[in-house]
Design a protein around this ligand. Structure first.
Ligand code: HEM
Length: 419
């Protein structure tokens, strides 16, 4: 079934910075379809941002994303208003603020990534399947206990991935609210409803609060190490020396935040996609063995991380445009994931398609460490849910987070009949 909301309309390249357009699946996909077709390597000029190139074709996004020697993640990793970058520069000495894995390049990136690579491998993550299944069951129980209707995002999808993160990090349940608030404030920075307040300085204080929270965890896990990711990070060595405190803290921040809003958005967007595509809902009910592939297709469909930025270290020609050394390039993953040259009928949700080649997790040296965990979380949830409900439908209008970095649903009112 096709997404019927994608009527052709006209856009300008700077619309990628318009959180109202980007903060809605339908207008975002229309914008990307337009840019991919008319100007796939487009120059974006906007008074609030440094100029950059916007890439919307699969091959370009994959090529630049994986040419990590020539296209660096530092010094600008995401698109931020210049004024905000200036404040980060004053506070942290970098435009990105706190330097985490996604902001780093070789050789430091490789050394730090190695600390947790084994922990995130499919064979390690598969060991967590029972734990994740139990959490999925707990949240499906919670949903059904609501008695036939709920706001799927606010009641379920926001909390389930968070509990998975708490569980893998080995953090107590009572950190749930703190983690939820901090993650939303960090990533929902452009959405007025999620901001800590209007001014940027208080936005920056979110980072400081995260730091304080994780410093306490690091101290605790040094004293009482356990079989969890937090203990791996707290006791890690780099070049034979204990990892320094700032790197540890930023590692916590990236593992805690990168896996929360993103997976929430994939699950809630996946739920909406199922409601919008009853044929695929039926297919998944009939063929539960498709669950992992369905999860990857939901992740392609939702592509919650909208972009990452790379900085060129040499001049190249791309799509007929001259990119100069020092230029910034924004890689738009939702656009790449609906490129008709790489996905047959990209605007059709299809749980039987080979969704492995999708780019929602990036590509190259920075490819998402949590990709197997994320897919498993999504798969476990729907595998538990579908046999336990008969019908499921919308019960009001969905609302979207107004953001250009990590996006997705803010509210999804649904009703359902319990089997
Ligand atoms: C559907 C869910 C998810 C999506 C769409 C997603 C997407 C991404 C993307 C696009 C990147 C950056 C790639 C680049 O710069 O080239 C990334 C990096 C990362 N992700 Fe995820 N992610 C998801 C879930 C998770 C989970 C569950 C975790 C862990 C708990 C996680 C941990 C990380 C980490 C640590 C990095 C940094 C890797 C590096 O720079 O080397 N992610 N993710």
């Amino acid at each position: 079934m096709t997404d019927n909301n994608q009527a052709e309309r006209s856009f300008i390249p700077a619309d990628v910075l318009n959180a109202a357009i980007m903060g809605n699946e339908s207008s975002m996909n229309s914008l990307f379809n337009f840019l991919r077709e008319h100007d796939p390597v487009s120059r974006v000029e906007h008074p609030d941002y440094e100029p950059f190139w916007s890439l919307t074709k699969y091959d370009d996004v994959k090529f630049i994303g994986s040419a990590n020697e020539d296209f660096l993640s530092a010094p600008r990793t995401t698109l931020l208003p210049m004024e905000f970058e200036k404040m980060l520069m004053e506070m942290f000495g970098t435009r990105n603020g706190l330097e985490t894995l996604i902001h780093m390049d070789k050789p430091k990136h490789l050394k730090l990534r190695k600390v947790s690579t084994d922990w995130f491998l499919p064979r390690s993550i598969n060991k967590l399947e029972l734990e994740i299944k139990a959490l999925a069951k707990e949240f499906v129980d919670k949903m059904l206990d609501k008695g036939g209707s709920c706001d799927f995002v606010r009641d379920i999808a926001m909390y389930y991935p968070l509990r998975v993160i708490l569980s893998i990090l080995g953090l107590p349940r009572n950190s749930e609210e703190t983690m939820l608030t901090l993650t939303q404030e960090l990533f929902g920075g452009q959405d007025p409803a999620l901001q800590r307040s209007e001014d940027m300085e208080s936005g920056l204080s979110v980072l400081t609060d995260f730091g304080d929270f994780f410093n306490k965890v690091i101290e605790e896990k040094k004293i009482n190490p356990a079989d969890d990711l937090a203990s791996v990070l707290a006791n890690a060595t780099v070049d034979g020396e204990p990892m320094n405190t700032l790197d540890q803290m930023s590692y916590f921040i990236i593992t805690a935040t990168a896996g929360h809003d993103t997976t929430s958005a994939a699950i809630s967007g996946g739920m909406k996609a199922l409601i919008d595509h009853p044929d695929q809902m039926k297919l998944l009910r009939d063929r539960p063995d498709l669950d992992m592939n369905a999860a990857k297709e939901m992740i392609r469909w939702t592509s919650p991380v909208r972009h990452m930025v790379r900085t060129a270290t040499k001049d190249i020609e791309l799509g007929g445009k001259h990119i100069k050394s020092g230029d910034n390039l924004a890689l738009w993953y939702p656009a790449a994931n609906r490129d008709p040259e790489n996905f047959a009928n990209p605007n059709v949700l299809d749980f039987t398609r080979d969704a492995k080649s999708q780019l929602a997790f990036g590509y190259g040296a920075h490819i998402c460490l949590g990709q197997h965990l994320a897919a498993l979380e999504v798969a476990c949830f729907f595998r538990e849910l579908l046999p336990r409900i008969e019908e499921i439908e919308m019960n009001g209008d969905p609302e979207w987070v107004q953001a250009i970095f990590v996006g997705g649903l803010k509210s999804l009112p649904i009703r359902y009949q319990i089997t």
